[in-house]
Design a binder for this molecule. Structure first.
Ligand SMILES: CC(C)(COP(=O)(O)OP(=O)(O)OC[C@H]1O[C@@H](n2cnc3c(N)ncnc32)[C@H](O)[C@@H]1OP(=O)(O)O)[C@@H](O)C(=O)NCCC(=O)NCCS
Length: 303
């Protein structure tokens, strides 16, 4: 068994490994590129491949770890993990994991979580239908501490006309509109102050043309936002969104949500993924969104 660092030349074969062996997910090459080289905290020492001596071209195991500075502490994440189904229960994932864990420990990190490496994350936890992964992480000493879910919205069945609601808000000086490139600096400053964890995703939305971000202003002052195509681009991914507490309950979030979903529909998606939720009744109310996947969140405290 040979372990190598992941590099550009391995990207197509590694994406193929993920496609073939993570049956609940899709992993086009461009998405693996976003998850790896597009990761702001990308660490080549924590991104590893296993090769079998008899087939040096194709990787049979892949792990991606990252370390992120959170407000209170640094946390390590196992962001992706996959082993060829023909080579399982041979200790391949264990070898990859142990190498990543020891490097995470060397960096002085005291805690590791699985997936959920926001802002650039693939999934918000372990999908228990990957039951081998549940067994694997529990065996490695991880404890489940919460669960969460991804919802999905059928974009073909929604009614998007919010003109009546918008007109009535306009009387109070409240305007909902698409953000433009010129707004970028002001918006990022405001998000940094009010919704710090979402700055990166909001800034990603400005890379799309048109910008995949809608905002609400009261007398010209920013009060709410919602974005899409800001993470897992190319999959119909909604979010993040946030409304200033003083303006909650006025229907602004609903308008901004529907503007994003309509945008996704116009891009040709039939389904939107509303990840890592959060207020399920809100999304059910405005977009008839249903739970599509459940994720178990795992954590290991390093000794
Ligand atoms: C999870 C996964 C990476 C494990 O890879 P692996 O190389 O087979 O894992 P290992 O051989 O190192 O297993 C280590 C331990 O994990 C546990 N484990 C792994 N697979 C298991 C299974 N099918 N049943 C029970 N326990 C299992 C065992 O305790 C095992 O130790 P043991 O063989 O000494 O009993 C692999 O099953 C996989 O790629 N699954 C699909 C992708 C996936 O689920 N990724 C994570 C998504 S959240």
């Amino acid at each position: 068994m040979i372990i190598k660092n992941f590099t550009e030349e391995h990207l197509p074969a590694t994406a193929k490994l993920c496609r073939l062996n993570m049956q609940l997910d899709i992993m086009p090459d461009f998405l693996l590129r976003e998850k790896t080289f597009g990761e702001p905290d990308y660490d080549s020492e924590l991104t590893l491949l296993t090769f079998d001596e008899n087939q040096p071209e194709n990787p049979i195991g892949f792990i991606q770890g990252v370390i992120k500075q959170r407000p209170e502490e640094k946390i390590g994440f196992i962001k992706l993990l996959c082993v060829d189904s023909n080579f399982r229960r041979k200790g391949i994932a264990s070898r990859l994991y142990e190498q990543a864990e020891s490097k995470i420990k060397e960096a002085g990190v005291k805690k590791i979580r699985v997936y959920e490496s926001y802002p650039n994350y693939f999934m918000p936890g372990v999908d228990p239908f990957y039951t081998e992964a549940v067994c694997f992480f529990e065996r490695k000493g991880f404890k489940k501490f919460a669960d969460t879910s991804n919802l999905s919205a059928n974009l073909l069945e929604l009614k998007y006309d919010t003109s009546k609601e918008e007109k009535s808000l306009e009387k109070e000086g409240i305007i909902c509109r698409r953000a433009s490139a010129e707004d970028k600096e002001t918006i990022l400053k405001w998000v940094e102050k009010n919704f710090t964890a979402w700055v990166h995703e909001v800034s990603e939305s400005f890379k799309n043309n048109p910008v995949t971000l809608f905002i609400c202003e009261v007398n010209g002052e920013l009060k709410a936002f919602s974005a899409h195509e800001a993470n897992n681009k190319g999959t119909g991914w909604f979010g993040p969104m946030g409304t200033d507490p003083s303006l909650r309950g006025k229907g602004i979030g609903g308008i901004l949500l529907l503007k994003c979903l309509e945008d996704l529909k116009n891009m040709g998606y039939v389904k939107a993924i509303i990840p890592w939720v959060g207020p399920i009744p809100f999304y059910m109310h405005y977009a008839n969104s249903k739970v599509e996947r459940v994720f178990w969140r795992y954590e290991k405290i390093l000794e």
